[in-house]
Design a protein around this ligand. Sequence first.
Ligand SMILES: Nc1ncnc2c1ncn2[C@@H]1O[C@H](COP(=O)(O)OP(=O)(O)OP(=O)(O)O)[C@@H](O)[C@H]1O
Length: 651
Amino acid sequence: MSSLHAQQRRHIDDILRYADGGYRPTVSPGDAMIARSWKRCIEEYGLDPARPRPARIVTHQTLREHQESADEFLNVARAGVEQLYGQIARLGYVLLLTDQRGITVQFLGDRRHDQRLRQAGLYLGADWNEHHAGTCAVGTCIREVEALTCHRQDHFDATHIDLTCTSAPITDPQGRLLAVLDISALDSAPTRDSQNFALHLIRLYARMIEDAYFLRLYRHHTVFRCDTSRELVQVNGQYLFALDGDGRVLAANGVGRHLLARARTDDGDVALPELFDCDARDIWSIPYACEDQVRAFRVQALGSTLFGSLIEPRRPARPAAPQALIPEEPVPELDRLAADDPAMRRTLKLAKRLRQRDVSLLILGETGTGKEVLARAIHDAGPRRHKPFVAVNCAAIPESLIESELFGYSPGTFTGARAKGMRGLIQQAHGGTLFLDEIGDMPLTLQTRLLRVLAEGEVLPLGSERPISVDCRVIAATHRDPARLIADGHFREDLYYRLNGATLRLPALRERADKQHVIVSVMAQLARAVGQPRLQLRADAMSALLACPWPGNIRQLVNALNFAEATCDGEQITVNDLPEECLAQVIGPGTTPASTEDDDDGDPQRAGLLSILKRHHWMISAVARELGVSRPTVYRRMRKHGLTPPNQRDG
Ligand SMILES: Nc1ncnc2c1ncn2[C@@H]1O[C@H](COP(=O)(O)OP(=O)(O)OP(=O)(O)O)[C@@H](O)[C@H]1O
């Protein structure tokens, strides 16, 4: 107590007198709420005014849990919060967004005053629940679900009497509290009236965020929006009603619910046409019947006129109209991926347009269609080409390791070989491109964390308290159907929207009109890889490859040509060098292609295997290594084709 200065001691005395019934705070609308809160602090929470409590900041883990459970809302709120902060920062205010339990899940303030702000509880993770902090703008707003200013000595706890804080509630379409928006100042003007403008501003932004969340939740429904002003209704209509297909009100925003409640009769809710004194068709026909798409309605419950307009349900974006007249710019990194296939040309045209921008991309296509190759080509053709391209296969990393692999960990988080700490893959992609392959296989908990990284441009390594800024372009890919994954609850819809700045689709190899181009480029790649620049494909092999349905797409083609190169004699791949499963798909199992002079008995697989066995002087392990199969497999194939090493033949 001795360290408290005089002002705080006086405040404690006032509260103690209030508790004894000898002191009443001055009367104003705000004060009625404050008085109720002081009463709660004493009678309900048993807080002792003589024992001020320092601000409480929750642990990082707890904060993360609170942030994650409010995630979808926070994503919507972010733009409004940042805009509001832009307006108040210069006036010396900081901004807090808390969840419905009073934990600060977003904070914007001047970093230069970090220490003071943290001590005052104006900080990320600060707990402003009335139970703990006593009367304060956030905590009291949570209890009263009303906007208010808690100015200096309005605070119950003497720790907070330097502060002036103004908060407004944000509710969901059912009227349940979702969050509290607060602006606070450390050094405030002495009078409470100085905060009237702050109160007005915070109400305005809380309503804007609430409505943005409402429109987000009901984006797939028609929303009837009304306002007292014909001019403003389409930009900032106050009343929002989400309608089902039959015109029934599914939900309304705060003022909309108020209006419905005012019109309610003893028989229950009124229908929208009744409330707006019209026929249902008058509402549905607004977009066609009225030139400015706004119609006037007489509303008995208000005794005035409201102007209404409709917001149509959002549908998936249609592909852009063909821009045949705009010549396509040449981009070698991308052009080499296709010849005359219409689907591929469309994809590459879009990729060219987006390569310079930082929009995130989602690549869809069956397995092996070249999603990673396309992602790398976009990286190589864009401004980040000199920075890293980091590919992560979310399906290949065990679930127990994926978190630490992606986000990294700080020294001392683990024991043993991992004790030194590690930069995560996201951090490694800083400045460049992060390619997240098989994103559909990422566990849901990590999807939430990834969403935060994408939204905030920061990663928090495991075991660390300090987030690290990262700047990377994200390209994700999956062979699954994202709509199905979302419907089945395996993929977060908000992450899908965040990743899907644009969708690029890769056709299956069997559908491509430029198969020959793909075969030629895979051959060229192979020739370079094995150091055989003169490696060629004979016409019969090309015909067989063109006829193959390629269920495994380009990856299967690459494997088939690798096999053929390993088995072929010399520098020419013939139809007989192609792997069994590929030929079987072309000519049907049990049949064989026409024999060539190299065959000993017309069976191409037998001939291929025989030649490779001879080349390796019947050393089975060398043959197995070359074919990329196990030794028992080589023996099995030899048995199948009746091939016996010379030293084991009879006679
Ligand atoms: N246009 C191309 N030219 C030559 N080779 C290609 C081409 N596209 C893909 N490939 C090769 O095909 C194989 C599969 O490509 P990639 O890994 O990019 O496919 P993916 O769709 O990402 O596969 P998955 O769905 O299994 O992740 C790789 O070996 C790659 O080098």
